[in-house]
Design a protein around this ligand. Structure first.
Ligand code: SAH
Ligand code: SF4
Ligand code: F3S
Length: 440
């Protein structure tokens, strides 16, 4: 098999992005070559997300548009995988309405893709392969990573938290930690290849280690990764506030490679809503945590996830969220309109918030957040920051973009040979979402 080309379209979180890097590795070991162009692809794969309704609708739209292409090129193989495929209902929609899809698989059986492709060739009709709750961790898939200097590394899979709005525990199964020796080995190999930045991935990294059967925590893992020569920066996501231990805060403070940025999703500032969400902390607990972190790491950048319009959210509840934002003073935030996810507990709650109220609150949420982002960025004015150069700017080929240790996106002039290097940049201009400066 030569000259066969593939495209992967990825929706969803870093977990999915990294899964796509693994799928890419599998396809390339089979002889496929990457293309951006669907028209010239022999294999198109959609790696889907189920976390909000709009993620789901986009996939149906795209699949519909591919009917023509499939008609023109009957040899084209069309596959759909990822979180949506873990749900029976979404699978049934694909099987009944998008009959031109050839292969369907889930989040737990990526490694079986070569077998699924040959099975499709044998039977010449849709192949479906799903593992409901993947108990085993498959260690022998590598990843064809998007960048050659920063890498995602899975440290655990699944989630046990069952926040009442969230579909992830149903699509990714129960929490399971990878063995530390496998994680360390993977990062050592990356370091040897010249990788400088590692992002440790898990739905709730702070509970890393609980399924290992012996005493080894996320803080222990950070300590061990911090020792790996060649790695300059360690990031991790996501941290659940209920599991953020003092030990971990101390690790962030003392380990030189752990970046001064913490993503700590709060979701809401109302104790009543937090309880209904099953988040297991109060607004007060969260603010105490923030205080502890800021005491231990005074210049830490903090980002979060916020949902507006959770069932039963009143104006008073929403104001608690705005109040919390003003107290924490976030550096950035992902903001979401609550989206009903069938199969979750919150989907059955009766007091759903009307769309126009959700939208109106969402706007007030942004109006509160954006000036704070800008004011927090002012701290960097005239400072010299270390930047990992990531790419050439989309708008100007003389401009590079990169990220600071604090996770800030920064633009500056420079030549593309610098991509993948750490450089020092003097910050000269502040915006709400980006910084601008010059290399010194
Ligand atoms: N495990 C991570 C990420 C989960 S999904 C964590 O716990 O933070 C990322 C974000 O999507 C969540 O933090 C939440 O803010 C948002 N989200 C999840 N389900 C949602 C829903 N039904 N409607 C709107 N936003 C949702
Ligand atoms: Fe979803 Fe909550 Fe698990 Fe995050 S911790 S993946 S929000 S259930
Ligand atoms: Fe991620 Fe979406 Fe699945 S957020 S875990 S890809 S449902």
């Amino acid at each position: 098999m030569t000259n066969k080309k593939y495209t992967i379209v990825t929706y969803g979180c870093q977990m999915n992005e990294h899964d796509s890097e693994k799928i890419s590795w599998i396809l390339e070991t089979m002889g496929y070559k990457w293309t951006d162009n669907k028209e010239e692809s022999d294999f198109i794969i959609y790696n889907t997300c189920l976390v909000r309704e709009n993620a789901e609708l986009k996939v149906y739209g795209q699949l519909g548009a591919l009917k023509d292409l499939k008609r023109k090129n009957p040899d084209l193989i069309l596959a759909v995988c990822g979180c949506m495929m873990q749900q029976e209902e979404a699978r049934d929609i694909i099987l009944s309405k998008y009959k031109h899809v050839d292969i369907i698989f889930g989040t737990g059986n990526i490694h079986k893709l070569p077998q699924l492709i040959s099975r499709y060739h044998q039977i010449n009709r849709t192949v479906v392969d799903i593992v409901e709750d993947n108990r085993e961790i498959v260690e022998d898939i590598e990843a064809n990573r998007k960048y050659s200097f920063k890498a995602f590394v899975n440290i655990m899979y699944g989630c046990n938290n069952f926040c009442t709005y969230c579909i992830v525990p149903y699509t990714r199964g129960r929490e399971k930690s990878r063995k530390p020796e496998n994680i360390i080995k993977e990062i050592e190999d990356l370091a040897k290849k010249g990788y400088k930045e590692i992002t440790l991935l898990g739905q709730n990294v702070n509970s890393y280690g609980k399924t290992l059967g012996y005493d080894y925590s996320f803080a222990n893992l950070l300590e061990d990764v911090n020792k790996i020569e060649g790695i300059a920066r360690i990031r991790f996501m996501t941290s659940h506030p209920k599991d953020l231990s003092d030990e971990l805060i101390q690790s962030i403070a003392k380990l030189d490679k752990v970046c001064e940025h913490l993503h700590l999703p709060v979701q809401s500032g109302s104790n009543k809503v937090l309880k209904e969400m099953n988040r297991k902390y109060t607004k007060g607990d969260y603010l105490t945590l923030i205080e502890k972190i800021k005491n231990a790491v005074p210049d830490i950048a903090i980002s979060t996830d916020i949902i507006v319009g959770f069932p039963g959210e009143t104006e008073e509840d929403f104001n608690e969220t705005l109040d919390l934002i003003k107290k924490v003073r976030y550096d950035s935030a992902f903001t979401f309109l609550y989206s009903v996810r069938k199969g979750t507990i919150a989907a059955k709650m009766e007091n759903q918030v009307p769309d126009e109220i959700k939208h109106e609150r969402f706007q007030r949420l942004l109006d509160t957040l954006y000036p704070i982002f800008y004011e927090e960025n002012l701290k960097y004015a005239d400072k010299i920051v270390e930047v990992l150069v990531e790419e050439v700017s989309k708008n100007n080929e003389n401009v590079l973009t990169g990220r600071t240790r604090h996770g800030k996106l920064i633009h500056f002039e420079g030549s593309k040979e610098l991509i993948g290097n750490l450089v020092n940049v003097k910050v000269e201009k502040i915006k709400s979402f980006t910084l601008e400066g010059s290399i010194i």
